[in-house]
Design a protein around this ligand. Structure first.
Ligand SMILES: NC(=O)C1=CN([C@@H]2O[C@H](COP(=O)(O)OP(=O)(O)OC[C@H]3O[C@@H](n4cnc5c(N)ncnc54)[C@H](OP(=O)(O)O)[C@@H]3O)[C@@H](O)[C@H]2O)C=CC1
Ligand SMILES: O=C1O[C@H](COP(=O)(O)O)[C@@H](O)[C@H](O)[C@H]1O
Length: 575
């Protein structure tokens, strides 16, 4: 054998984990258990993102069990030839979310070989467009990851060739019947599975579900609908929406998306808790003083004022994204990683929460501001916002879970638009060390410098723990430092967008990261009374300048519970 022949060297493979600095990068990044290419060997190993065997991943299986069909009878469809296929129809394809998130996420999955071998993407909307025009529109928003440029152009072209368009109305069946005809053509006699993504305004969700489910459901495979928020605007309207959807769909067919559940750090929350002995024993009122869930954006509602004014920040961010994170944070250990076990625990914790009271809420609205010669418009300056609107663009709230684990622990939420920074994080402030030996050592006030665990969801994903330690030297002076897991330093690969994970889960039939209807009911139950009171009493929001840190009222609210917001102190250890 020639001296230059390749030799397998185990160290090259085992010296580091895939994705870590120093690791050899695999050819494709779709984790092996998520590759949906319908090879039988792959199918038998098909597992969902929770690592469990996945009944929904039925590609190539001709004896489809009833549960895989999401409640639909098998056998009345076309004869199968050559396995199965998945058609993904983006309803509202001409819209902002479709262009910004859904098509790029589908392309990323395709690039990573995570989509099944046979798949088709359809755009559906009222706008008139040819297939070519849809492809041009989509191509403007497709990008390859920074760390993956190989064959990027070819892959984009291959992806675009699988994209088609059907124009039609939302409230009639003709357009969807035509879509059905085209879908059948592309399915070419394979077992047809169909996913509809409702990327449309909420007032037409039911129309679309009615028309599409009647005329464009799969005859023998599964049919699923991803429904975007908002799921109603209070308990009543949400209940009504659920009842209407369930006239046409079984609960198993409805995938209510909350894209925060697809974010990497939110996924990691449970891993951190349940796979590290150092955290779980501390995860209760015995050691935790308060928990803070913070969301801020450094831009206003520009362009979305019409939608936003009907909802406001509490419905837009708190009742869903922040509350979902809270539920994952506070739930008891689930029986397993199965979707129903996890969702059961989330429901329990949500149902243990106290209804939010008006005195535990502060609302604000941003006003115009000029900085460095540049003018930033106020919320009320947006021409799509009704004159005199008192819709909050900022809110802070103190919530409580009345169960044995969390009795008396304030869960503080803060969410706002047009603030000084874009950030989402979870902050856990621990109690002070009783009888601390070092309380007299200068440098830090140990009663306030308690440990704090921060999960920074975005930007610059990180998990860090603030600790007190000795400043090196001959004296005894204490200082605060961060034990820091900064993802960009630890992992070389780019973090997938939340929509990629969620789309893949919906295709696989994994429901763990989607909201069940009883979770939704419980979530609305916490917020509906205060939302009603805010509106009935026309509570005026405290105005704050565009680009500021928000209303001072948020600090008074926190102070009522002896809490200081963690994000107003430096992350470098200073307090
Ligand atoms: N954009 C975002 O960042 C986010 C959006 N969402 C949710 O996703 C969904 C889609 O959002 P987005 O893409 O911004 O929405 P758009 O306002 O862009 O609407 C999507 C498409 O729906 C059609 N449409 C718009 N208004 C109406 C109407 N009044 N009646 C009938 N059809 C209409 C239009 O297509 P055509 O005229 O061609 O039929 C439009 O292109 C919404 O439920 C939204 O709340 C959730 C999180 C973030
Ligand atoms: O759901 C929504 O989320 C976005 C923020 O999402 P992010 O992933 O960019 O943090 C928010 O801007 C929008 O108002 C809201 O509807």
């Amino acid at each position: 054998m020639a001296a230059t022949a390749f030799r397998f060297h185990p160290a090259a493979f085992f010296s580091a984990h895939p994705g870590e600095a120093g690791a050899k990068r695999p050819l494709h990044h779709c984790p092996p258990h998520r590759i949906l290419v319908p090879r039988r060997a792959c199918l038998l190993r098909a597992k969902s993102s929770n690592g469990l065997p996945q009944i929904g991943a039925s590609f190539g299986n001709t004896n489809v069990p009833a549960e895989v069909l999401d409640g639909r009878p098998a056998g009345d469809g076309p004869p199968e030839q050559g396995g199965s296929t998945v058609s993904i129809t983006v309803v509202g394809a001409s819209g902002d979310l479709a262009k910004k998130k859904i098509f790029p996420a589908l392309f990323a999955l395709f690039y990573e070989d995570c989509l099944p071998e046979h798949f088709t993407v359809f755009g559906y909307a009222r706008s008139k467009m040819s297939d070519e025009e849809l492809r041009t529109m989509i191509s403007r928003t497709l990008t390859c990851r920074i760390d993956k440029r190989e064959n990027c152009g070819d892959k984009m072209e291959q992806f675009l060739q699988r994209c088609f368009y059907q124009s039609g109305q939302y409230n009639t069946e003709e357009g969807f019947a035509e879509l059905d005809r085209k879908l059948k053509e592309k399915e070419e006699g394979r077992l047809p599975n169909r996913l509809f993504y409702l990327s449309i305004p909420p007032n037409i969700f039911v129309d679309v579900v009615r028309s599409a489910s009647r005329t464009a459901s799969s005859s023998s495979g599964w049919t699923r609908f991803i429904v975007e928020k908002p799921f109603g605007r209070d308990s009543e309207s949400s209940g009504e929406l659920t009842r209407s959807l369930k006239k046409y769909l079984a609960e198993e067919q409805i995938f209510r998306i909350d894209h925060y559940l697809g974010k990497e750090l939110v996924e990691n929350l449970s891993v951190l808790r349940f796979s590290n002995l150092v955290f779980e024993p501390l995860w209760s009122r015995n050691y935790i003083r308060n928990v803070q869930l913070i969301f801020s954006e450094d831009f206003g509602t520009e362009g979305r004022g019409g939608y936003f004014d009907n909802y406001g920040i509490i419905r837009d961010i708190m009742q869903n994204h922040l509350l979902q994170i809270l539920a994952l944070f506070a739930m008891e250990t689930p029986v397993s990683l199965d979707a129903e076990d996890i969702r059961n625990e989330k429901v329990k914790v949500l149902r243990s929460m106290r209804q939010l009271k008006l005195e535990d809420v502060v609302v604000g609205q941003y006003k115009g501001h000029t900085r460095g010669g540049k003018s930033f418009p106020g919320y009320a300056d947006d021409p799509t916002v009704p004159k005199g609107s008192i819709t909050p663009t900022f809110a802070a709230a103190a919530l409580f879970i009345d169960n044995a684990r969390w009795d008396g622990v304030p869960f503080l939420m803060k969410a706002g638009k047009a603030l000084h920074t874009r950030r989402a994080e979870i902050r856990v402030q621990f109690r002070r060390v009783p009888g601390n030996l070092y309380r007299r050592n200068i440098g830090t006030d140990l009663d306030t410098a308690t440990n704090e665990l921060v999960l920074r969801v975005q930007p610059d994903e990180a998990i860090y723990l603030k600790i007190n330690n000795k400043v090196p030297g001959l004296g005894m002076r204490l200082d605060r430092s961060n034990l820091n897991l900064l993802y960009s330093e630890r992992y070389r690969r780019e973090i997938p967008d939340a929509y990629e994970r969620l789309l893949l889960d919906a295709i696989e039939g994994e429901r763990r990261l989607f909201i069940r209807s009883d979770e939704l009911d419980a979530a609305w139950g916490i917020f509906t009374p205060v939302l009603r009171e805010l509106e009935d009493k026309r509570v005026a929001p405290e105005l704050y300048p565009y680009g500021s840190r928000g209303p001072v009222g948020a600090h008074y609210l926190a102070a009522n519970y002896n809490v200081r917001w963690g994000d107003v102190t430096g992350d470098d250890g200073s307090f």
